[in-house]
Design a protein around this ligand. Structure first.
Ligand SMILES: [Zn+2]
Ligand SMILES: [Zn+2]
Length: 309
């Protein structure tokens, strides 16, 4: 089968559009789509320094690869940042992958660790948590977001880019909906042009399956082993459910994504919770003390209790 756009052999059939593409035309379509998402939401502006969160998984390496290519023709710079949670074995492999990939791309690379930022590693905090109800992913996610904020400020970046794809967005929307957390739906809106530290998701309009194909066809060296603490629970079930729908009804994920944009836009303007600053760290939050400081305070309390007994 021939590529729809050139004379090469097609290697990818895009079911929702009916296109058949060769490796090069497929990769170009991903680059074009990502560039379109970035310009639609004014995610990156002239002269920006973008802190790219790179875990070593396929999404973050595809993000780094596409942003590096764009930075060569546009006026912005990127720095890769990896957050070391302190998961022995697992994170070490990822750090090596990221380090090598960054030197191949000629991108500056920095590592920040939980231990140095919060004085606890993920493994320690999992032992210290009061009960199993707080999942490892929610502890880790809270810490990782704060660690990336810190890293961005340290390196003087004004934008943080993460590799979330379209499937991640759909799953998060359904999780928030099923748990009744409607304020979070408002926070999902990609339009945050006017904040001091912009959080952007340039791959948010690309299917996970296409990110996987991009990584393979461009020989990106990603870590495929899942995190040993992964207990995603409902996210895995929703992911499989959405994949089943997409298999039978191509393009259904795209239409759901467009609904989410509209809903989150309305919810954003509806969110009346007053924003203030955390008494401990000064970061913006909705209560007196932010979720990260609450978590750290609780973990440290547990630690001093267990030291006494
Ligand atoms: Zn082609
Ligand atoms: Zn705080």
């Amino acid at each position: 089968m021939q590529c729809d756009k050139c004379q090469n052999v097609a290697v990818y059939s895009r079911k929702y559009s009916g296109e058949n593409l060769c490796s090069e035309c497929f990769s170009n379509s991903i680059l074009r789509k990502t560039a379109k998402t970035i310009s639609k939401y004014k995610m990156i502006k002239n002269g920006d320094l973008v802190c790219v969160g790179v875990s070593g998984g396929k999404d973050s390496l595809v993000l780094l690869d596409t942003l590096k290519k764009m930075s060569q023709t546009h006026n912005f710079r990127i720095i890769a940042v990896t957050i070391d949670e302190g998961i022995p074995g697992y994170r070490d492999e990822a750090l090596n992958i990221v380090k090598e990939f960054c030197s191949k791309l000629d991108v500056e690379f920095k590592i920040y660790s939980y231990k140095e930022l919060f004085d606890v590693t993920l493994t320690e905090s999992l032992e210290l948590r009061e009960n199993e109800k707080t999942s490892s992913c929610s502890i880790c996610g809270t810490f990782r977001r704060r660690a990336l904020d810190h890293a961005a400020r340290q390196i003087g970046a004004n934008v943080i880019a993460t590799g979330h794809n379209l499937d991640d967005i759909l799953q998060t929307f359904l999780i928030n909906t099923l748990s009744g957390d409607t304020n979070r739906i408002g926070w999902m809106n990609p339009d945050n042009e006017n904040v001091e530290l912009r959080k952007i998701k340039p791959l948010s309009e690309i299917y996970e399956s296409e990110i996987v194909f991009y990584a393979f066809t461009n020989n990106l060296p990603f870590q495929s082993e899942p995190c040993p603490h992964m207990n995603e629970g409902i996210r895995t079930e929703i992911r499989e459910f959405l994949n089943m729908l997409e298999d039978n009804r191509s393009g259904i994920k795209n239409s759901m994504y467009h609904s989410i944009l509209k809903i989150s836009d309305i919810m954003k303007n509806n969110d009346e919770k007053e924003k203030r600053n955390c008494d401990i760290c000064g970061n913006e939050c909705t209560g007196k003390i932010c979720s990260v400081c609450t978590m750290i305070t609780n973990l440290k309390k547990e630690r001093s209790n267990s030291n006494i007994t």
